[in-house]
Design a binder for this molecule. Structure first.
Ligand code: HEM
Length: 272
């Protein structure tokens, strides 16, 4: 496999529509290789893939599919807050993109552009933007931590709903309560299949240290939101392990602030 170190040009795209409509995808602790991680079926559709790490050496990875000649557009963003915005380039997670033919590119940080994302009220910093003409097939994206940090990898530009598939692998195993019902349903075939989260998994994550909740058919990991919730931690703790749809909608309805925050914590759909 050829390894290239390609500097990413700082592009002064001032005035261009920000990427706030990127569909959120949260990488899980089990997404340690591209094959285990989710597949963004069409990598030209805009996705915001979030990878949060606790310790050096941790890896999280995903794949994105392209047709020959498609635009490949990748952006590396961090929250404009501590610790990420105080970290040197060498301390931030690295991103290596490998093409279907096996050419690897290590993304180099080349800018520090502030970007306020109004939908969720979050300040980001762009550190790199990478554009290329895609080869046909699946690209892999591997993010490796140097220390505790969270990053967002934005892929694609087209603003339309995209499909995310997870392979026939043991999907996230709850770390709390090892009830057999809490394990995901493995697919019978080795082919890529759609999987959702089970209610048993949600119920197993019912504490402040592992807090999952269902809201309107989607599963959210609210653990990191408990202490950030402007209405206090108690309300969010009350949702851990439950279906919080009615509590959420009766308090916040469809208001963009709460819905935007919620989107940041989405894991995926609840299995039907
Ligand atoms: C995952 C679920 C939730 C999210 C993402 C969320 C998000 C937010 C956000 C962003 C705010 C700031 C004010 C705003 O933008 O409107 C807020 C305020 C607040 N939230 Fe939540 N919230 C959630 C669940 C709940 C629940 C279940 C309750 C109570 C039943 C609740 C009660 C409050 C209260 C009392 C405030 C203080 C300000 C206000 O009354 O609007 N929240 N929440």
């Amino acid at each position: 496999m050829r390894k290239l170190l390609i500097p990413i040009l700082a592009l002064a795209f001032i005035g261009i529509t920000p990427a706030y409509a990127h569909q959120p995808v949260e990488l899980l602790n089990t997404d340690t290789t591209a094959a285990r991680g989710p597949l963004l079926v069409d990598g030209t559709i805009s996705f915001a893939v979030r990878a949060a790490f606790n310790k050096p050496g941790e890896k999280k990875a995903f794949r994105a599919g392209f047709a020959q000649g498609d635009p490949l557009s990748v952006e590396y963003l961090i929250f404009d807050r501590k610790p990420e915005n105080t970290m040197r380039a060498a301390q931030l997670p690295s991103l290596v993109i490998t093409s279907p033919k096996g050419t690897s590119v290590t993304i180099k940080f080349s800018e520090r552009t502030k970007f306020y994302e109004p939908y969720s009220g979050v300040n980001y910093l762009y550190l790199a933007r990478y554009k290329a003409v895609a080869e046909a097939g699946e690209y892999s994206f591997v993010v490796t931590a140097k220390r505790k940090a969270a990053v967002t990898i934005a892929v694609g530009q087209r603003e339309e709903p995209g499909e995310v598939l997870r392979g026939a692998k043991p999907t996230p195993t709850p770390t709390v309560a090892a009830a057999p019902t809490a394990s995901p349903t493995p697919s019978a075939t080795p082919s890529v299949t759609k999987v959702g989260y089970t209610m048993a998994q949600v119920r197993a994550n019912n504490s402040a240290s592992k807090c999952w909740s269902v809201i309107d058919g989607n599963v959210y990991d609210l653990t990191n939101w408990i202490d950030s919730h402007p209405g206090g931690p108690g309300y969010i703790q009350g949702l851990c392990g439950n279906d919080g749809s009615s509590a959420f909608s009766s308090k916040h309805g469809n208001r963009s602030g709460p819905v935007g925050q919620l989107n940041r914590y989405r894991l995926g759909p609840l299995e039907k």
